[in-house]
Design a protein around this ligand. Sequence first.
Ligand SMILES: [Zn+2]
Length: 621
Amino acid sequence: MNFTKRLTMRKGHFKILFLIPFLVFSNCSGKRNEINLTIQKSEKLLLIYDSSDLYALECVENARMSFKYAKLLYDEIDLKNYKGGELSKLGNYFAIVLATEFIKKLTKSDCEHLKSFVSSGGGLAVIYRGYNENLADIFGVRIRDQNQPFLKRGRSGLHFKSDFIPGLKGTAIPDSILRDISMFDFVHVGDKNIIAATSSGIPVAWNLRYGMGKVTYWNSSILSNRSFRGFITQTIASVSSKFVQPIANFSVIFIDDFPTSVPNAVKKIIWDEFKMNLAEFHFLVFYPDMLKLSNEFGLKYTAGLVFNYGASITPPFHLNEWRMGKASVLSKEIEVSKTIAKQFKINHELGFHGYNHTSLLVDDWGDIENMKRAIEYAMKKWKEEGLGNPPVTYIPPMNLIDSVGIQALVQSAPSIKVIAGLYAGFFELGQRREFGPEPWNGKFYCIPRVSAGFMIDDYTKAIILSAIAMLGVWTHFVHPDDVIYTPEEVENPELIRNWFSLPWRGTKEEGLYFKFRNWVKTLKANYPYLRFMKCEDAYEEMKRFDDLKIEYEFSNDEIKIKVNQKDAFIIVQFDAIYKGVDVLNANIIHYGQTSTTNYVVLKTESEPIILKLKTKVTALG
Ligand SMILES: [Zn+2]
């Protein structure tokens, strides 16, 4: 088969053609015989850091994790006891990552080696701001005042000026969220592509060409924040002539506290819009709307079922609250929570959120026995209520759990395999988890949630795009009662989830439902290949991704990839000087452009995968 796709894009005033004719020779043995099957040596990076630069160590750790997710091979140089002279052999690397302020330790000759590495086509990614006057021209800056190298506090906010990551352009994190991003006071020299600036317009991150190579510089320490880890991955891609990144490629949307013990209570914001109580809203509005969204965009949900919101931690256990919510359908009264649960499980996943909504913390339960009794009661009722297979996913109430709670789950809910807590937060509270084995008990696997809420503000947008850039993953949770947590309704600002007191639907689609719908629509336009799935399926996909092995080799205009799985997903980015690509042994499922690269998303068929990059495209198909 030989397909040719034609894509016209605007860049500056020039109209360029980014052509992707893609060739699939999956059964063409004649062709394959011509190919050398061995990868001589897989491409790698060099990470330069300084273990005595304590402020930068979080950024270094972030970089290592981003390399792990992207399955990047790398070497390290620690500048702690550095005497100079180690940068003479850079030819083994396709890019160099600087993650310390102490690059002033690099000697003049080290800096010359770095510069000749870049000018001959290498990539330089500065992910933590540092300065060395011998590198000023390669960074495209000079220090305004040597005696006062840093900008004064108060210069903040982060406004993205380009699609450094697809969908990023226009995202503006306000000063109130990012108050001080700790920058050098630079004078800018030469042409560059501004990636992000402060709200007052001072460049924070930029990309420039230096000879045949490229440099991206972050004048900030913000990439120390794990929620921005994907920006490290993309920073490396942005400086690399060629960049290969396997991705897990999934999205899981959780609906926490659903189905739950919903009361027949009247809440003003719901009553004003629908003249319904909460139970009726759950059954007649929220649930059908969420199903509609699922049908429209192919979403799969994982619900966090909780039997009682308030019940005590000690026996007698009961389902009083679970049975409470009622709605009338065709003049027949039905039990809202149970009815939803039984229907929901047909196409979506019912995860376990608790017998009650008390976090499994020993401080809250007194001891493990109380936890275990409540969990065992809930598991028994799961069966009796006809909720289907016992739950695979556990979602900790309030996103909090301790190691005793984990033990209680191991012992009393043997079907649980996945803990879906938080990606950010505090480790000792059971949060701040990676996609991978639960550190407190290897029986469990973590699928942590990156973001939350129906309203995706610009900070949330940035961290979602970061997670997608890091691992090709978006995990998110919402609640049916997000709409009622308005500033009028709750005093504690930490509990507010509907800051602008938006209605659920609204009269002109201004409600939370449509805010979320628009976000999903935009996301799907940028990432049409992202697979929405249940958490239990994402768990299988993550384990498969953990087993994925990849090697690749770059030559002039060619990339050769060996991978041990069929139907794996790989993003290949390349310098925008390449206008087209032929691909062998993989399907191109998407292609596009960031502000610094062109890219294709591949689904593997067999190996080796060969990409032939073209700087010029001729005949149009
Ligand atoms: Zn909850």
